[in-house]
Design a protein around this ligand. Structure first.
Ligand SMILES: [Zn+2]
Length: 180
């Protein structure tokens, strides 16, 4: 590994790919660390999901100027998030409304075996996918949940991508009542 001691700016080195302004090597280290931390303590899940979301939004911003539909966003997801070739991924189910993304081979990328900790440990990735998909589609209601995970003892991880249904909130119903 070569040191770049002269490099003080995040943008002065163009030696490798960048993801949302983060060097690919830093991004990979962050992804690995996030999984380790969540394995260690469930308290890390929510903040790391948020960090993933911000990174995903940043990647989306540098990807396109115009919003794309969900289909196009799903096609761009894995390469845009730097996972192409790093993990094996395919959509178990996919249509214009929702999708189920399966990812295998994470263990090889991580270089260690994810223990069965009885919780999903890929919150960073779920947030990353959600931030990216919301960003490139311009849809705020897209949600990504990890429904299967190595951390749950499954053989692969699965991410369910769907639109959050608008809740019927009674909060301001009185303003909606019209006298007829
Ligand atoms: Zn997982």
């Amino acid at each position: 590994m070569s040191r770049r001691q002269d490099c003080h700016s995040v943008s002065c080195c163009s030696s490798g790919p960048w993801l949302g302004g983060i060097a690919a090597s830093d991004f990979a280290a962050l992804d690995r660390l996030a999984e380790k931390l969540i394995c260690l303590d469930s308290g890390f899940t929510a903040p790391l999901r948020e960090i993933g979301r911000v990174v995903g939004e940043r990647i989306a911003r540098e990807q396109n100027e115009k919003p794309v539909d969900l289909e196009a966003a799903l096609s761009a997801l894995i390469p845009a998030c730097g996972l192409e070739g790093a993990v094996e991924s395919h959509f178990l189910q996919r249509n214009a409304e929702e999708a189920l993304l399966q990812i295998t081979g994470c263990g090889a990328v991580l270089g260690w075996q994810v223990p069965t900790v009885h919780r999903a440990v890929c919150g960073f990735d779920a947030g990353l996918f959600e931030g990216f998909l919301c960003g490139v589609t311009g849809e705020r209601a897209l949600s990504v949940e990890e429904t299967a995970c190595l951390g749950l003892g499954h053989a692969s991880c699965e991410f369910r991508i769907h639109r959050r249904h608008r809740e019927i909130a009674p909060v301001e119903d009185h303003s909606m009542i019209r006298q007829s």
